[in-house]
Design a protein around this ligand. Sequence first.
Ligand code: HEC
Length: 151
Amino acid sequence: MERSQRWPKAGPAAVVFGALLVASALVVVQADEVASVGVSTGIFTEEQAAAGAEAFATHCAVCHGAGLEGDFGPTLAPLDRFQFSDAPLSRLFDLMRTEMPFSDPGSLEADTYLSILTFILSENGYPSGEEPLSDADEAIARYVLDAPPAE
Ligand code: HEC
């Protein structure tokens, strides 16, 4: 009884607070939706990954190995589970484009980073699909590194 009597007294402030709660709940739901598409659904094209293979050989293989097995730098296939499993794809992409190549961070074209990203995904067992991956932040932000499909 006491409870139900208290509500009406709260007046407009409660209504505003309630509206804010609803609004913030909606924001949370939207944020959830943003990074909810699995990379395993096929988010890049074969052509992108093929271009990425060449760029990787030129810019990354010297430290990460021609087969991504690792050398001076860590192995990139499989990717480090602790950092990347179920992480947003943006974590991997941002690390690459801001910190790599180790010797000259951020020195490559946006497009080159993007194709190298798709090559690394492909080498980790993620399938290609129909649509090319775009490097627009909002596009990358939709994807999460779910488990690659079992072979
Ligand atoms: C000069 C050597 C060198 C080159 C060239 C290089 N890397 Fe690296 N990379 C490293 C080292 C060393 C680390 C570990 C850095 C650390 O832990 O702070 C690393 C870490 C990484 C990681 C994080 C992996 C993990 O498990 O922590 C990724 C992803 C990566 N590099 C991608 C690339 C890509 C893509 C390129 C080419 C564009 C590239 N690297 C070129 C040396 C290199």
